[in-house]
Write a protein that binds this ligand. Sequence first.
Ligand code: KG4
Ligand code: ZN
Length: 342
Amino acid sequence: MQTDASSPTLLAVESSCDETAVAVLRGFDGLLASEVASQVAEHARFGGVVPEVASRNHLLTTPPLVERALGTAGIALSDLDGVAATLGPGLAPALLVGSSFAKGLALGRGLPFYGINHMEGHLLSPFFGRREIPEHVGLVVSGGHTLLVHVRRFGAYRLLGRTLDDAAGEAFDKTAKLLGLPYPGGPEIEKLARSGRPGRFTLPEAMRGSGNLDFSFSGLKTAVRYLLEKQPDADRADVARAFQEAVTSVLVQKSLRAARQANVGRIAVSGGVGCNRFLQDALQREATAAGLEVCFTPNALSTDNAAMIAFVAAWRAASGHASGLDEEVRPNLSFEWLGASD
Ligand code: KG4
Ligand code: ZN
């Protein structure tokens, strides 16, 4: 197979949490394969993700998943021009498996290695496939993070706000647990809330009124707990609806405020919670009314996947920024590692 220096073929491995994912991307938009193996069932009986269980599963799953991705892509290892992996943030034992595998592959085949920040993967995923990242405010809402970022272009990011405690997805998951729903709770709450009646309960929209762009969701979960203790017969669908409305309202208001403050006309949403239709509809409505454009991410690229990791690697390859094989995993990798700057 011909390799074209301007559109290299990259293989990316993502193993930061409980999903093993492998993707093959040619250039910026040639997604030849994107495989995701979820471990949700393995962790469900423990009521949450167990790092060592995740690690063992990544170890068992990564080699066959790489085989499968290459098969789907219809290419051989010798057709690869580079290898990428998530270095953080995430669970250390889980990150180690995917990144070690990718580094080994890069070393064995003499290919460049790209160590990627999972958050940058989410942040750029609304523009997957594009050779231009337009200026926008990115709202990243996942299970582990809630961020508002002013993106000027690839590599030029400024953090505007973040959660001070629970991430938006974490709030969905913990509230789902209180409501007796399985993990991951986001899609379950969304489903249940559809039959919920609006206005039956009012929950606090924490920090909605505060002038800054930070979030706090832990009080909301506690409010749901108190509500259920005081009114054990409360209709679960009504509670789910009130919860979803409270989260949505804060996310929408702060995203709009961020766009105003940064003076940009576009908001882009990424991360698992971005799949939520109630949030999408509310944001679309309010943004349109405010004269702003909104971009959403397709569901398959919103929840954890390796295509978004490969996409960041494609940008890095284009700018000639490979990583050293001695770059370690960074479980607590913060947003600042992105070289956040204007
Ligand atoms: O981005 P992601 O796959 O993983 C992290 O990097 O954390 O996000 C997973 C989170 C979970 O908390 C899950 O409950 C939430 O995204 N989620 C949703 C929906 N689908 C997934 N939350 C609300 N509504 C949804 N439809
Ligand atoms: Zn994620």
